[in-house]
Design a protein around this ligand. Structure first.
Ligand code: SF4
Length: 391
């Protein structure tokens, strides 16, 4: 059996739970439409940057390549706008670097080799900007599910190590900057480390943990890093940890105190993620593979009525004298669909005055969440405003 592969994108997981890398090899790759969309967005971004920032693509070749990309099913005006925003941000970062050092260099899609610390480890830096004393690696994240921060981000640090190893012989870097740009969430964040800090992390944390992970050694350890682990459905360590979390020791008096509720809220986050993973896994096994789980059976779920032919229905009703507008009201496209249709720029130009964003419904999140805290008076105002909305 050959050893485990240690990717930069999965590094948070194998650094937290070293034997997961070998265990994951028992499961097939999981295909996600978001990954295909992300890959396409990167292709578009690379082309746009090659013309607008790196100047490595001739105008005629650029136009023809861009036209081909625009034919792709993943392309939309909305994606074009997001990538434009990303390209503008990269231009600004590059211009700032050039201001500080006139010979600053921008490179696209660079192979970053960090195999000195992780066997066979390498990744691809979307953008690398090199100036006299600093190197900056920039990663485009096209997802919009959760904001991703560059701070203490092991994937970005591994890319930083790769940049240091690849260009450090030619340049005398003292600072390594690692930046994530997530245009769909207007999210940009940077971590800057000195060469010493980054190399210490590589030596003390990465290299010894990678050696364990590659051999399938070390302790299983579950946590939020289990989220994308291929073993997450049936992993015994995760199950045991969650069952432990569920056994809350209730203390006297009869009612819970606030500190206990805070503790339970923290436990339920991972617990409910795990419960939902188990439910999805069992349903898929029962439905597609006929697996019987003791005490459980497959039944038909709740279903709702639906029209089979909307045009025929309208025709039937109109011949009976019903008004067309009454039975087929015209409805404006929703905001997301409208923005996708018009593109971000046209949407903002034409419709900004007609859009309002009411405060979001109050939600409890862990203190580590980046959103600013609101007071209970503000929360009550939001609840009150919601109640006032006529139905
Ligand atoms: S599910 Fe979590 S605990 Fe289990 S192997 Fe994966 S990362 Fe480790």
């Amino acid at each position: 059996m050959s050893h485990a592969k240690l990717s930069a994108s999965g590094s948070h997981r194998w650094l937290s739970c070293p034997p997961s890398a070998l265990l994951e090899r028992e499961f097939p790759d999981e295909l996600s439409p978001y990954a295909a969309e992300g890959t396409f967005a990167h292709e578009l971004a690379e082309l746009r940057l090659s013309r607008a920032v790196a100047n490595t693509c001739k105008p005629s070749a650029y136009t023809s390549k861009l036209n081909t990309l625009k034919e792709n099913d993943w392309y939309s005006a909305e994606m074009g706008d997001h990538i434009d925003q990303y390209v503008t941000q990269i231009s600004e970062i590059y211009l700032a670097a050039k201001k500080a050092c006139k010979d600053a260099l921008v490179l696209l899609e660079q192979r970053l080799d960090f195999s000195d610390w992780v066997p066979e480890g390498f990744g691809t830096g979307d953008v690398v900007i090199i100036s006299d004393d600093a190197v900056e690696v920039i990663d485009l994240k096209y997802g919009k599910g959760v904001p991703v921060s560059a701070e203490e981000n092991s994937q970005m640090r591994l890319y930083g190590l790769g940049a240091l190893k690849t260009y450090g012989l030619l340049y005398d870097f003292t600072r390594i900057r690692m930046t994530i740009i997530q245009p769909r969430l207007d999210n940009i964040s940077t971590e800057e480390l000195s060469e010493d800090e980054l190399l210490r992390w590589a030596r003390e944390v990465v290299a010894p943990t990678a050696a364990q992970a590659i051999a399938g050694e070390g302790e299983f350890s579950s946590g939020e890093h289990c989220r994308f682990c291929k073993a997450r459905f049936t992993c015994r360590a995760r199950a045991e940890r969650n069952l432990e979390l569920a056994q809350y020791e209730f203390k006297n008096p009869a009612l819970l105190i606030h500190a206990e509720i805070g503790d339970i809220l923290t436990r339920t986050m991972e617990l409910s993620r795990w419960a939902s993973d188990i439910q999805n896994y069992a349903l898929e096994k029962a439905e597609r593979h006929g697996v019987k789980f003791p005490g459980w059976k497959l039944v038909e779920g709740r279903s709702v009525r639906k029209y089979t032919d909307e045009e025929a229905i309208a025709k039937t009703l109109m011949t009976k004298g019903y008004e067309e507008d009454a039975v087929m009201p015209r409805i404006l496209l929703g905001i997301t669909a409208m923005e996708k249709l018009l593109g971000k720029k046209a949407f903002a130009k034409l419709l900004l005055d007609y859009i309002e964003k009411p405060p979001g419904r109050p939600t409890l999140v862990p203190e580590s969440d980046k959103r600013p805290e609101i007071s209970s008076a503000q929360a009550a105002a939001v609840e009150f405003a919601e109640e006032e909305v006529p139905v």
